[in-house]
Design a protein around this ligand. Structure first.
Ligand SMILES: Nc1ncnc2c1ncn2[C@@H]1O[C@H](COP(=O)(O)OP(=O)(O)OP(=O)(O)O)[C@@H](O)[C@H]1O
Ligand SMILES: [Mg+2]
Length: 499
């Protein structure tokens, strides 16, 4: 495969080409080079490529190309698992379609439905939405599907898992089958899910960009063996030593996320949490603050694991090991995007060690072991950060207001004492403010897995069907569900994912 494909060579219009170049894309990434021509040729495609390698534009460019802007009808629909992702994808599609003036509308739960209905009346060409709210509009007859030619499932394996599949089936049932193109993209595509997917598609072309590992090589991956009760101290020490530009800490449950962000703030970090129980306005404002760098640490459930593209995320911490290996791939994929480097740290309690091997087997990549850092190492890390800052300030050479005071200090003391005092003042000494964290039980071993772990706050059926899907403690083992009409009762156990 040619890794240096120019967008000019992919047979796209001048208007779209210009828009793509304006986005700063010079060459197509491998998944784009391989799937754009197939998609333009109206083939159904299952596209699997690593996180952060440009899958959005891989389906976005050909979709925009196919829109007839004179036709005032929805022609393409993209379905994504979370609201934040729907918004992000719609923004990217808007940019790609700017040359052709394609109208793109995000449709997601938690936003005023009246406003959405008004926007739908303005005849958007492309809808990017979450399943629950799309269905809502279909049922209210405020969204028509009869002119849709292209259906795209972003994070396809997640969308075809239990919890979403019935919604997807219902949406697909409203789209004319004749001439429908179906495109599925994800960084992970477990076999059983792919087999479900193929039932929705016509002769799908399966494109897997050939890589040895499922994760991006530019992400350094470590694990730290640590007792549950020591996790928080280890996390803060790592934050002090590694001083990430932006960091995401993933926790297993909503309670965990709330407690962790509170505890981080108590210890002097600027952290906020994001999970499915927060209001939509809060979720968006937290994410915005994180993107703008007003929060250093985003604490999240898996609601933030898939698809989010936030530049500047240098470190991902799995405070709790994820429940399945796919989740690991997506979580750590929030760093090391678009060719950048990143670091992923995964905490493992001794009993959870077997899960580490399951993850490694799936990703085909070994994590390197890192010893939990000591207090001294953390202090050293903080000092180093302060020394770097002082050096930068010296280089900025804007110090004349401070020179007199400096001379005075130096007359009374020797130079190294003065500098040591400044270092001490500026260094954040390891903080031992007590924090409250409820201990999480380790993931159960396969044999003792309980069907409803730690009964959670999943909410009613309506909630679950909406995109505010609860990614929480009781995220059940998601066994693939067969498409409608094929489901049999008692037809043997569905083969579930590895753990
Ligand atoms: N051809 C390109 N050249 C340069 N940058 C690109 C190109 N295509 C996409 N990007 C940028 O790369 C980043 C990652 O792209 P995108 O979010 O589409 O990745 P993804 O493959 O969908 O990842 P994930 O699996 O996490 O959803 C984005 O910031 C995007 O703008
Ligand atoms: Mg994506």
């Amino acid at each position: 495969m040619n890794t240096l494909t120019k967008f000019e060579d992919l047979g796209i219009s001048q208007a779209t080409l210009k828009a793509v170049l304006r986005m700063g894309f010079e060459e197509a990434t491998p998944i784009q080079a391989e799937t754009i021509p197939l998609s333009l040729a109206n083939k159904d495609v299952i596209g699997q490529a690593q996180t952060g390698t440009g899958k959005t534009a891989a389906f976005g460019i050909p979709l925009v190309e196919k829109i007839d802007i004179k036709q005032e009808a929805i022609q393409g629909i993209i379905i994504a698992p979370t609201r934040e992702l729907a918004i992000q994808v719609s923004e990217e599609l808007y940019k790609i379609g700017a040359g052709k003036r394609v109208r793109v509308l995000p449709i997601y739960g938690g936003q005023d439905i009246g406003r959405q209905i008004r926007s739908l009346k303005k005849a958007p060409h492309i809808i990017v939405g979450t399943p629950g709210r799309i269905l809502d509009h279909i049922n209210r007859k405020t969204m028509r599907l009869d002119q849709i030619q292209t259906v795209i499932l972003d994070e396809a394996d997640e969308m075809l898992n239990m919890g979403f599949i019935e919604d997807i089936e219902s949406i697909l049932a409203g789209v004319p089958e004749e001439g429908r193109q179906t495109l599925l993209f994800s960084a992970t595509m477990p076999g059983p899910i792919q087999r479900i997917a193929e039932k929705f598609m016509k002769d799908p072309q399966i494109v897997r960009v050939k890589t040895k590992e499922m994760t991006v090589p530019s992400i350094e991956q470590y694990y730290v063996e640590v007792q549950e009760k020591n996790k928080f101290d280890v996390l803060t020490r790592l934050l002090d030593i590694q001083s990430p530009e932006l960091a995401i800490v993933f926790g297993r449950t909503k309670r965990r996320v709330d407690e962790l962000s509170e505890a981080l703030n108590l210890r002097g970090y600027t952290a906020e949490g994001i999970h499915g129980d927060l209001s939509q306005a809060k979720r968006l404002s937290v994410l915005r603050k994180f993107k703008e760098g007003n929060i250093d640490v985003l604490v999240a459930t898996d609601v933030a694991a898939r698809g989010l593209d936030i530049s500047g995320v240098t470190h991902v911490y799995n405070f709790d090991i994820p429940q399945d290996p796919e989740s690991y791939v997506h979580r750590i994929g929030r760093t090391g995007r678009a060719g950048k480097t990143g670091v992923a740290m995964t905490f493992i309690t001794p009993r959870e060690k077997p899960y580490l091997f399951v993850v490694e087997k799936t990703t085909k990549r070994k994590m390197e072991r890192m010893k939990p850092p000591t207090l001294d190492e953390a202090l050293e890390g903080q000092q180093r950060a302060v020394v770097d800052k002082i050096q930068q300030t010296i280089e900025s050479n804007n110090l004349h207001y401070y020179k007199n005071a400096a001379e005075e200090l130096l007359e009374a003391n020797d130079a190294s004492t003065v500098v040591a005092a400044v270092l001490k003042m500026l260094t954040k000494e390891p903080d031992t403010t007590p924090v409250k964290l409820t201990e999480e039980a380790p993931l159960p071993s396969k044999k003792e897995r309980r069907p409803h772990d730690r009964g959670g706050d999943r909410g009613g059926d309506r909630r679950r069907r909406d995109d505010s899907r609860n990614y929480n403690s009781d995220r059940r083992k998601k066994a693939p569900v067969k498409p409608r009409g094929e489901r049999k009762t008692g037809g043997g156990k569905p083969k579930s994912k590895t753990y």
